[in-house]
Design a protein. Structure first.
Length: 166
């Protein structure tokens, strides 16, 4: 399973980019999955007033529901290691996993830079493969391409030629 990480600060366009990449790669027939870090504090909100929510409130640490080929799983645990999370995706034989967030991990990254205040990310993060920004950066200062953040087709072509070269 190939993995690419999309990182940047809040409101930098991460979710929009991930959705566009999923659409493009899915049309190419690839099995695409996503994993998002809920970085807004607290746990992700579950759907209230469902049987699954009732099971959780009753004390179940793991609940699942399946219908018409859709399987939703909720597991409560103190914290998750990235290896544990990735194990679920490996089971489903995914071609490409797009991770949104989790800046501290060392996957190949697409970094979104909104303004000059975000530039320090380029020194803090590891394994940067593409920078997306509207800023005029000197490409000679970086070891990766710098693309327009809304040029999804150019980015997807670059990713296809560099990710799937094995």
């Amino acid at each position: 399973m190939l993995t690419i990480q999309v990182v940047g600060y809040k409101n930098s366009g991460k979710t929009t980019l991930v959705c566009e990449l999923i659409k493009i790669f899915s049309k190419d027939g690839l099995k695409i999955a996503s994993l998002k870090h809920h970085g807004h504090g607290g746990a992700p909100v579950s759907v209230e007033n469902t049987d699954t929510a009732k099971h959780e409130k009753a004390g179940a640490i793991m609940t699942g529901v399946e219908g018409e080929g859709v399987f939703q799983l909720s597991i409560k645990q103190h914290s998750w290691k990235m290896e544990q999370l990735l194990a679920f995706y490996h089971i489903c034989e995914i071609d490409l996993l797009i991770i949104e967030g989790f800046k501290e991990h060392d996957f190949e990254k697409i970094v979104l830079i909104r303004d000059e205040e975000d530039l320090h990310l380029l020194k803090q993060l590891s394994n940067i493969k593409v920078i997306l920004t509207s800023l005029e950066l000197n490409e000679e200062d970086y070891d990766c391409p710098i693309l327009n953040p809304t040029d999804y087709n150019k980015l997807s072509k670059w990713l296809l030629s560099h990710l799937f070269t094995v």
